[in-house]
Design a protein around this ligand. Structure first.
Ligand SMILES: NC(=O)c1ccc[n+]([C@@H]2O[C@H](COP(=O)([O-])OP(=O)(O)OC[C@H]3O[C@@H](n4cnc5c(N)ncnc54)[C@H](O)[C@@H]3O)[C@@H](O)[C@H]2O)c1
Length: 316
């Protein structure tokens, strides 16, 4: 089986490449990535063909998609605050990029296309848990680009019979997630700050909740979807309905690091949703064998990865 992963040098993409190299059915892996937020070092030592460039480059996609059985489309500018600063950049990379990927898939004879959408599409809809059939109410340009991604997948399925599967990722965390940039996610940012003895910044009062999903579990679901050619034009939540507050997350980081976490509170951020929790019925019906680890285990593995990254950089 030949698989292309767009955004494969990023956090989720590189974890997926590693997971797929262990699958005997997978004979060839290709990555398309412009390295805007990803890093080629994430793929060091892995047997993968690398196509450096933008998913808006149709000729590059034609080369990468030749003979592919499946495409996992993860390339995107992944941040709500980034999309508030530069909505057009997010639109070009995420919405136009998805359209280019679908067009290239059509030209390549119609491989299975799995793509990453986001829980941010639920936005201002207050209903919990978030069921896929709820009305979407985007609160940021980023959320619009992800809704567009889903809508294009559905359209290409109905118009051109393309086999598709859009996933709504919730807050994914785990080894390999960067803490060292302005748009870093809360778990890497807070673990890294705690290990450095620095305070963590809480936007709002910390009672907001998130449904965190371990990256290994995301990779298990994506692998299962690829190997069993799971197709559905309707979006599928990729999270298990286990929401915790940011204050409870701090306690988990304290117990995994054995350190007290200093906190400073700042104003809530525009575009952030107050609560997030997936209804996972559709996910569990499609992937009954995938089980997530408890958050304690996932946080401990992530802390372990950060500690070894610190040791590696100290040894350099
Ligand atoms: N991490 C999460 O919690 C989360 C939540 C919801 C959705 N998602 C989605 O999952 C996908 C992967 O996210 P991630 O956390 O691994 O982010 P990431 O930033 O680590 O990975 C994204 C990758 O895409 C590449 N990329 C960006 N724009 C590109 C372009 N125009 N052409 C080619 N490559 C490009 C980047 O260089 C990077 O390697 C994204 O689509 C993101 O929107 C992630």
């Amino acid at each position: 089986m030949k698989i292309v992963i767009t955004g494969g040098a990023g956090f989720i993409g590189s974890n997926l490449v590693r997971a797929l190299t262990e699958q005997p059915q997978v004979s060839r892996l290709r990555v398309v990535d412009n390295l805007s937020t990803g890093d080629k070092a994430n793929l060091a030592g892995l047997d993968v063909e690398f196509f450096e460039g933008d998913v808006q480059d149709a000729a590059l996609l034609d080369r990468a998609f030749r003979g592919a059985d499946a495409v996992v489309h993860l390339a995107a500018l992944p941040s709500v605050p980034r999309s508030l600063r530069d909505p057009l950049a997010s639109h070009h990379a995420n919405a136009t990029g998805t359209l280019q990927v679908l067009e290239a898939a059509r030209r390549a004879g119609g491989p299975h296309v799995i793509a990453a959408s986001s829980s941010s599409v639920y936005g201002a809809n207050p209903h919990l848990p978030k069921h896929e059939d709820l009305a979407s109410a985007p609160m940021s340009p980023y959320a619009v680009t992800k809704l567009t991604t889903e809508a294009y997948l559905s359209a290409y399925h109905h118009s051109f019979d393309l086999p598709v599967l859009p996933f709504r990722f919730f807050n994914v965390y785990g080894p390999g997630q960067r803490a060292d940039h302005a748009y870093a996610a809360v778990i890497p940012k807070w673990i890294s700050a705690t290990l450095a003895g620095e305070p963590v910044t809480i936007h709002g009062d910390g009672t907001q909740t998130r449904d965190f999903t371990y990256v290994g579990t995301v990779c298990d679901v994506l692998t299962d979807a690829l190997l069993h050619r799971v197709m559905d034009p309707r979006p599928v939540n990729l999270a298990f309905g286990s929401r915790i507050s940011l204050l409870a997350l701090i306690q988990e980081i304290e117990s995994a690091t054995g350190q007290l976490v200093d906190r400073e509170n700042k104003a809530p951020r525009a575009g952030d949703v107050p609560h997030s929790q997936a209804d996972s019925a559709r996910l569990k019906a499609l992937f009954p064998t995938v089980t997530p680890p408890p958050i304690q285990k996932g946080i401990a593995a992530t802390v372990g990865w950060f500690r070894s990254a610190i040791e590696r950089s100290a040894a350099r």
